[in-house]
Design a protein around this ligand. Sequence first.
Ligand SMILES: Cc1cc2nc3c(=O)[nH]c(=O)nc-3n(C[C@H](O)[C@H](O)[C@H](O)COP(=O)(O)OP(=O)(O)OC[C@H]3O[C@@H](n4cnc5c(N)ncnc54)[C@H](O)[C@@H]3O)c2cc1C
Length: 389
Amino acid sequence: MDFAIPEEYIQFRDSVYHFSRDRLAPRAEALDLEGTFGWDNWRDMADMGLLGLPFPEEYGGSQASPLATCLAMEAMAHAGVDSGTTLSWGAHTILCGVPIWLLGSEDQKKRYLPKLASGEWIGGFGLTEPGSGSDAAAMKTTAVKRGDRWILNGSKMFITNGPIGQVFIVFAVTDKTAGNKGISAFIVEKSFPGFSAGKELKKMGHRTSPTSELVFDQCEVPEENLLGPLHLGFLAVGKETLEWERSCMIAPIVGGMEFLLEQCIAYAKNRRQFGQPIAQFQAIQQKLANMKVALEASRWLIYRVAWLKEQGRSAMLEASIAKLFVTERMLKVVDDAVQIFGGYGYIHEYPVERAYRDAKLGTIGAGTSEVQKMIIIREMMKRYVRSLS
Ligand SMILES: Cc1cc2nc3c(=O)[nH]c(=O)nc-3n(C[C@H](O)[C@H](O)[C@H](O)COP(=O)(O)OP(=O)(O)OC[C@H]3O[C@@H](n4cnc5c(N)ncnc54)[C@H](O)[C@@H]3O)c2cc1C
C-alpha cells in the first residue's frame, strides 16, 4: 500500500493552487454578491488548461488522470475559489466533456472536445426534469426519429450552465416500453431549432454558476448527434461517468474544508475574548480538531475512488461512500466555521458565510444522500453475497 502522491502530481497541484489563489480567488466575493458568472475566471481557467483537464491531448485536453484532476479541483477550492466556479467547471468538463470523450464517435470528439477545452463553448448536462430527479429514469422527455433527425420534446430542470451553455448532453426516452434500457443520450446544441433555455434560477448558494430549465419543443437533433448506444445511453453514460462525477466533482469540497480550516485557525488565533485568543478555548480547539479529522477522512475517500479508477477498477460503492461522507461532513464543517467566526461569520465579507450557503447543494446534487445510501446498500449486498457464497 502506497499513500505517497507522485512528485509530479504535487507540483501540478501546487501550480493550480497558486494560479487559483492569485487569479481566481480575488474575484470570488464580488462575483458571489453580484450573482454573476466569472467570464474572466473562465478564460483564465482555459489558458491554464483546466477546462479540458482529463481529455486526451489530441482533442485539446491536458490528459490528466482522475487523481491529478481531483488534486487540481481540490487545490482550486483550497485557494478560496467559490463553489459556483468549480460547479460550472464540473458540469462543463466532467458531465458534458467526459461522456463525449468516453462514448463519442471520432467525429463527435473532434467537433466538441476542442471547443470545450478552449472554453470557446460552455457545456452542460440535462438529466433532471421538473417531475423526476432521484428517479431519473422516470423522465418524460421523448425523442422520436424522423428522417435523419431526432425530434425531442420535453424539458430539463436545474441545469448547471443552462443560461450560458452552447452544448448539452440531454437524455430522452426512445423506447417507452423498456424503462432505463429505453433512454438515449444526445448532444444538443443551443442553435438547434426548438431548443431554448429558461430564465436563470435564483439560488441559495453557488451563485456564480448559472442554473436554468432547458426546453425542447420539436427540437431537431441531427442523427449523428446520438451519443453512445441507442436506448442504452442512460446506462452507458452512468457507467462511464458517475465515478468521475463522485470523485472529481466532490474534490472541491475537500479543498473547501482545508480553506475553511485555515481561515478558522487564523481567525481564532487573532480574535481575543476574555483577554485571550479564542483559539485558547477548548470548545474552539475541539471544533478545529473535528474539522481536521473530517478533512483527512474526506480526502482519502476521494483519492481512493480516483486511484481505483486509475487501476481500471469499479468504484461504484466507494464513490457513493465518498460522496455521502464528504458532503454530509461538510455541513458540520461549515457550521463550525461560522460558529468560530461568531457574528462576523454571518456577514458577506467573510468567506465562511459563502461556504455555509454553498455547502447544502452537496447533499442534493449528483444523487441525494438518501440515493447514495440506496446505492451503498445495493452494491454492498452484491459484494457480501458474492463473498459469502
Ligand atoms: C444548483 C443545482 C444544480 C444542478 N445541476 C444539475 C445539472 O447540471 N444537471 C442535472 O441533470 N441535474 C442538476 N441538478 C438536479 C439535481 O441532481 C437534483 O436536484 C437531485 O438529483 C435531486 O432530485 P430532485 O430535486 O428532483 O429531488 P427528489 O428526487 O424529488 O427528492 C426529494 C427528496 O426525496 C428523497 N427521495 C427521493 N427518492 C427517495 C427514495 N427512494 N428513498 C428515500 N428518499 C428518497 C430525496 O433524497 C430528497 O430528499 C441540479 C440541482 C441543483 C439544485
